[in-house]
Design a protein around this ligand. Structure first.
Ligand code: GDP
Length: 362
């Protein structure tokens, strides 16, 4: 599965967000470092299309696709030097596929700020500096290794050595590598180093209920994100935590009162999903309607492999109706009669929302 790590300074609202996401009920106390062990939770990816398919097919079961969120212990300045929980923190981030960086954009004198005042730019810098310094350490070690190997005829080692030398100054200035221009080939070379500042990153601006507009703190986060090609999701984690406690009926009413169509959490989950370069195809039978996650660009056999490796190995063809055609013609039969049912082969690149039957040999 795909994992998104929630990071940020202590007391910015990470656990509150995580709890709302998973309703796991972990204590969110007004106390720094309360989230010491990494906590992980698997959440369904909200997709209204799936509900629509289920209305048409009326299956026994509906199975959404999921994403994993990991609440990672609070980071402080000095973590890359092994201070506090630094090493554990960095090791936990290394295992994730993407980073959700929570930034405090709410004012509340009751909630202690570890650095003394609410200052999103400074907070972001503390975290980004630690991540960049951890990468600096990794790249310096790699440089030593590849310098030795590059003395022979090892072309890869020579390329790695040159690339490490090229990116070191940027990391030395404690800048994240996502703001350094790299070619696809260079990115591929760097992949084995699993550098933290190359992970797709989104900033979660944790705002007050009233803080979605005319909020200088939020604007600051947006400005920083833009300069790094990162995404921003503004959300009020405290409100989300309250919404998450409600049953379905209360939730609908409460959201309507607030003028919201859905919980803000849905935006976080979807942003995470997009950040990872993922999209969804569906299988829609009477037994189950199910959403499947695949990387954007995956071929039909790869998509089939998500269901079972045998489906990929024995792939013959895919029978496909697009989501819109499926809905507009009230299901597979209708889509067939309208000539909207297609056969696709091994080379077909699956599109977001495709409803698929795979044919395969065993
Ligand atoms: P963490 O250390 O980053 O995991 O932070 P927590 O989620 O434990 O939150 C720290 C404190 O801030 C708790 O008392 C939360 O209730 C409070 N808090 C979290 N989000 C918000 C918010 O959006 N507004 C306000 N006013 N308080 C919040």
């Amino acid at each position: 599965g795909f994992k998104c790590g929630i990071v940020g300074l202590p007391n910015v609202g990470k656990s509150t967000l995580f709890n709302a996401l998973t309703k796991a009920g972990i204590d969110a106390e007004n106390f720094p470092f309360c989230t010491i062990e990494p906590n992980s939770g698997v959440v369904p990816v909200p997709d209204p299309r799936q509900d629509k398919l289920a209305e048409i097919v009326k299956p026994e079961k509906v199975i959404p696709t999921t994403m994993e969120f990991v609440d990672i212990a609070g980071l402080v300045a000095g973590a890359s030097k092994g201070e506090g929980l630094g090493n554990q923190f960095l090791a936990n981030i290394r295992e994730t596929d993407a980073i959700a960086h929570v930034v405090r954009c709410f004012d509340d004198s009751n909630v202690i700020h570890v650095e003394g005042k609410v200052d999103p730019a400074a907070d972001i810098e503390v975290i980004n500096t630690e991540l960049a310094l951890a990468d600096l350490d990794g790249v310096e070690k790699a440089l030593t290794r590849y310098t030795k190997l590059a003395k022979g005829q090892d072309k890869n080692a020579q390329a790695m050595k040159a690339l490490c030398e090229k990116i070191l100054p940027h990391l030395n200035e404690a800048q994240p590598l996502r703001s350094f221009e790299l070619t696809d080939d260079e990115l591929a070379l760097l992949r084995p180093l699993s550098l933290l500042t190359l992970k797709p990153t989104m900033y979660i601006a944790n705002v007050d209920e009233e803080g979605f507009e005319d909020n200088a703190l939020l604007d600051t986060v947006r400005g920083i994100a833009e300069s790094e090609n990162a995404v921003v999701v503004a959300i009020c984690n405290k409100l989300e935590a309250e919404i998450a406690e409600l049953d379905d009926e209360e939730k609908t009413e409460f959201l309507a009162d607030l003028g919201m169509e859905e919980p803000g959490l849905n935006r976080v989950i979807r942003a995470g999903y997009e950040l990872l370069g993922l999209h969804t195809y569906f299988t829609a039978g009477v037994k189950e309607v199910r959403a499947w996650t695949i990387p954007i660009g995956a071929t039909a056999p790869k998509a089939a492999g998500k269901i079972h490796t045998d489906f990929e190995k024995g792939f013959i063809r895919a029978e496909i109706v697009s989501y819109d055609d499926f809905v507009n013609h009230n299901g597979e039969q209708g889509a067939k009669e309208a000539g909207k049912w297609r056969l696709e082969g091994k080379e077909y690149i699956v599109k977001d929302g495709d409803v698929i039957h795979f044919r395969f040999n065993v």
